[in-house]
Design a protein around this ligand. Structure first.
Ligand code: PEP
Ligand code: MN
Length: 337
């Protein structure tokens, strides 16, 4: 249920309404917009009498929210959530690009990658120190050393660092180094991890599970929001379909749908979404065209030597081309890139 307050209503009208909801044992989510104040009610709403609420001073109307994700829904929070971390700016006019290798491999590799992507206009550096690999004998990431190299790359370039957390076991460690904690597709429904990461208060990039529906995706986001952490970025990274010419099927139609039903920023990952370097630039153009708030792209100084995900990784000149081709599309839509 949401309660829309009358224009001009202040704390004098708001507080008694909030009190009434809390007394009934329910949770409130307050959204103070430029125009109106909206109170989102979370919990068993049969404990409240809507007529009684409607009659309270300052109450404009009561509406019922039928979607199960409440804090993630635009009904609860009509304005976009804006997330700014240094040059990374999501949920406003800017289309921000997070770029870097799939995995941190060496100190030199990540420093070189950071300098290269910054030169072309990236707003954040990506790189995994803990890698979720299908094969247990494949390179698993450098762990803490990788995080230290990422921190060094941030200190030199000023780019905030996005890096994956695979287990709550490593939360304190990863939170110490990361500016944004990535929760990967394979962990989108690891509910314990979502709760713990949410509690850390760190900004979180939540990737869509490879077989998750829109509702499951937003309910996963709800786990993080329910911890009082609204510094959250969603990411479409492709889903599993019957098709085999691409690694995954980048489901770009989810972007305008999410923009409609949720206030959270959403970015696209054309690298994992296609698995093919030759498709990364065209799908980036498409993602910007459908209204993505940003991109996350795999870039390596020498993709042919990359330890992880080389076939879908761009070199610096291809990344430069991506930025050049996407920028005018962003501008047509009234955005900056
Ligand atoms: C990654 O970003 O390197 C990654 C493993 O992504 P995903 O979880 O989307 O597969
Ligand atoms: Mn990867």
């Amino acid at each position: 249920m949401i309660i829309v307050m009358r224009k001009g209503a202040g704390d004098k009208e708001l507080n008694p309404v909030m009190e009434k909801i809390k007394q009934a044992g329910l949770d409130v989510h307050l959204s103070r917009g430029k125009e109106v104040i909206i109170i989102g009610v979370i919990g068993d709403k049969t404990r409240l009498d809507p007529d009684e609420l409607q009659a309270m001073p300052g109450v404009e109307k009561i509406m019922h929210v039928t979607v199960p994700y409440k804090r993630a829904s635009r009904d609860f929070h009509p304005e976009n959530t804006r997330l700014k971390i240094g040059p990374l700016d999501l949920g406003g006019d800017q289309v921000s690009v997070i770029a870097g290798p799939c995995a941190v491999e060496t100190r030199e590799q990540i420093l070189e990658a950071a300098r290269g992507v910054k030169a072309s206009g990236a707003s954040a550096l990506r790189g995994g120190a803990f890698k979720p690999r299908s094969n247990p004998y494949s390179f698993q990431g450098l762990g803490q050393a990788g995080l230290e190299y990422l921190a060094e790359a941030r200190a030199e370039t000023g780019l905030p660092v996005v890096t994956e957390l695979m287990s709550e076991r490593d939360l304190d460690l990863v939170a110490r180094y990361a500016d944004v904690i990535q929760i990967g597709a394979r962990n989108m429904q690891n509910f314990i991890l979502l709760k713990e990461a949410g509690k850390s208060g760190k900004p979180i990039l939540l990737k869509r599970g490879m077989s998750a529906t829109l509702e499951e995706f937003l309910l996963a986001a709800e786990y993080i929001l329910a911890q009082g952490n609204d510094r959250l970025i969603l990411c479409e990274r492709g889903i599993r379909t019957f098709e085999e010419y691409t690694r995954n099927t980048l489901a770009l139609s989810i972007i305008p749908v999410i923009k409609k039903v949720s206030h959270l920023p959403i970015i696209a990952d054309p690298s994992h979404g296609t698995g093919r370097a030759d498709l990364v630039v065209p799908m980036s153009r498409a993602a910007v065209a459908v209204g993505a708030d940003g991109l996350i792209v795999e870039v390596h100084p020498r993709p042919e030597k990359a330890l992880v995900d080389g076939p879908q990784t761009l070199n610096f000149s291809q990344f430069e081309g991506l930025m050049k081709e996407c920028r005018p599309i962003a501008e047509v839509l009234g955005r900056k890139m």
